[in-house]
Write a protein that binds this ligand. Structure first.
Ligand code: NAD
Length: 536
């Protein structure tokens, strides 16, 4: 849905939504006030101890029920995603729903082990008498704030991880996709049957929520959206040292090496730039091609782009849908105009197609672009593919690393070693070789931004661990078991005296002398034990 207007009726703000492909009115959505949001956060805080106390296997059971509900309502969910933001049904199912089904299935099996307690193997200094364990403790109330472009896969990934780890959730979707937000609420309330208070949906516009989601009792914020809003949220959270995961904007490069398979690379460029109408954080927004294959590559990309069909979500022939809003469309138009004014040439597309009845813009290929143009610097978040030439691998790495972002990148070539070397030098959270951006759907792998593209990780075991605090518990153990607790002192306690000092000096010298054998070091144990003894 796109936002047509926000009205105020009896002191409540109401969002009027339209389908961006047809401008058909989708309905009115009442928005919450700040006190209502704060009441939800308080309720989530009250529900936390009960949910956290459940064994992880019981939480998995609830998530499995959510998975069943998604499978049973697949078409209905896909229709809502497509009507809210315009993407073809294929993309709603394959990119959004399949990712979530895979995620719940995979982490229902792997999650309990990732979240289990972990013993730390201690150094020889402490191993004989101490043991340390990490227990993974959920934070409490976790806020999930998500964008409109993958309105199902992005938020549900965060919500599932948060719940699995034992947190309660307050979820705020982008206003453009409020109906998808309501479907997600159905999945967790009706489908999973979560206990009251564990999950909350906040329908409110971002600018209205103030600090209500960024102060205690909120304990962690998972934000996906623009770098600009991410910075604002980091500032608000810093007031209370609330940690945040930030999945932010991108301006992702594609590098085409001279030995690339041109058919594969040109197909990849067209999909990587225009899927989801280019409204993808990891969209190919800068394409660098070796001079020896440039002409042929550009020719194929332009032909394939012209062959794409723009259209409605429910036509199976549609490859590219509309943009989500007039605001988004204007950004694209202005970047293309700015580039053309500065000397770029349009080889395909380049036209606003609102004559089709929605916010349509033709998939556009630009050449003769430079790093001085907006289209090579600012995030476009639309269907534009600018292409530049390079001569050497060093130059390609420099070009790819240009700018403030570092979300994903791709390198295309047949020589696996050469592509690997280049992948290692590119500053991005994910680099694919001979593919692009699809790894958001490979939920076992990490998704993360370098530079101003983000902080922290989504998906993968590292992403799941973002939802727990590693609490360290240390006690007597090791070879001596709990026996060290029978003593009334510790080697590092007072009093310091000449005898203790001399034992420690000798131990330090002998223990860390790399020329001494292991056996002679173990022989130091009786001396070390003396350090424990003290008169009761
Ligand atoms: P946005 O930053 O405008 O909004 C994201 C979310 O934040 C929405 O829910 C919005 O309502 C909310 N919001 C806006 N202002 C807020 C405020 N002051 N306080 C609290 N919440 C606020 O982004 P968008 O237009 O929805 O999405 C597009 C952006 O998201 C692009 O920059 C894209 O690159 C980025 N994105 C990043 C990833 C990633 O994984 N790195 C994935 C998808 C999208």
């Amino acid at each position: 849905m796109s936002i047509q207007a926000i009205l105020t009726r009896e002191k409540r703000k109401i969002l009027v939504a339209v389908n961006p492909a047809t401008m058909e009115k989708l309905g009115e959505v009442p928005l919450l006030s700040r006190p209502e949001i704060e009441a939800m956060v308080a309720e989530a805080d009250r529900a936390f101890p009960g949910w956290a106390a459940l064994p992880v296997s019981r939480r998995v059971e609830r998530l499995r029920r959510a998975q069943d509900y998604i499978v049973d309502h697949l078409d209905e969910i896909a229709e809502t995603i497509s009507k809210d933001m315009g993407k073809p049904r294929f993309e709603a199912i394959v990119h959004d729903i399949l990712t979530v089904a895979n995620l719940i299935d995979y982490y229902s099996k792997k999650g309990p082990r990732i979240l289990a307690d972990e013993k730390i193997r201690m150094s020889m200094l402490f191993r004989p008498f101490k043991e340390s364990t990490i227990v993974r403790q959920p934070y409490g109330v976790v806020v999930v704030i998500s964008p409109w472009n993958y309105p199902f896969a992005i938020p549900v990934s965060g919500i599932v991880f948060a719940l699995l780890a034992g947190n309660t959730v307050v979820f705020k979707p982008a206003s453009e996709v409020a109906h998808v937000g309501m479907k997600i609420r159905d999945i967790f309330e009706k489908g999973a049957g979560l206990p009251p208070g564990v999950f909350h949906l906040v329908l409110a516009s971002g600018s209205d929520i103030g600090d209500s989601l960024f102060k205690p009792p909120v304990r962690k914020v998972i934000f996906t959206g623009s770098t600009e809003v991410g910075k604002e949220i980091i500032k608000k959270c810093s007031e209370h040292i609330i940690p945040t995961v930030q999945e932010l904007g991108g301006k992702d490069p594609m590098v085409v090496l001279p030995d690339a398979d041109l058919e594969l690379a040109s197909n990849g460029a067209v999909w990587g730039a225009f899927t989801n109408c280019g409204q993808v954080c990891a969209s190919i927004e800068r394409c660098y091609v070796h001079e020896s294959i440039y002409d042929e590559f550009v020719k194929r990309v332009a032909e394939k782009t012209k062959a794409l069909t723009l259209g409605r979500w429910d036509d199976p022939a549609t490859q590219v849908g509309p943009m989500v809003s007039p605001g988004q469309l204007q950004i694209v138009e202005s970047q293309v105009k700015d580039a053309v004014k500065s000397g770029a040439r349009v080889l395909a597309g380049g036209r606003n197609r609102e004559d089709m009845g929605g916010y349509f813009y033709e998939p556009t290929v630009l050449v003769d672009v430079t790093h001085q143009m907006k289209v090579m610097n600012d995030e476009t978040f639309g269907p534009v593919l600018p292409i530049m030439k390079f001569r050497t691998d060093e130059e390609a790495v420099q070009l790819a690393n240009y700018g403030i972002y570092g979300l994903t990148a791709s390198v295309w070539g047949k020589d696996r070693g050469r592509a690997w070397d280049m992948a290692r030098q590119i500053e991005a959270g994910t680099v694919c070789v001979n593919d692009h951006a699809y790894t958001y759907g490979a939920v076992e792998t990490p998704w993360q931004g370098f530079k101003q593209s983000g902080l922290g990780v989504s998906h993968s075991k590292w992403g799941l661990l973002e939802f727990v605090q590693p609490k360290h518990i240390n006690r007597s153990g090791g070879l001596l078991g709990g026996r060290a607790d029978r003593e009334v002192t510790r080697p590092w306690f007072y009093p310091y005296d000449a005898q203790k000092l001399s034992i420690f000096r000798d131990l330090s010298r002998q223990f860390f002398d790399r020329r001494k054998s292991r056996i002679s070091k173990i022989g130091l144990l009786p001396k070390a034990l003396k350090l424990f003894r003290a008169p009761r």
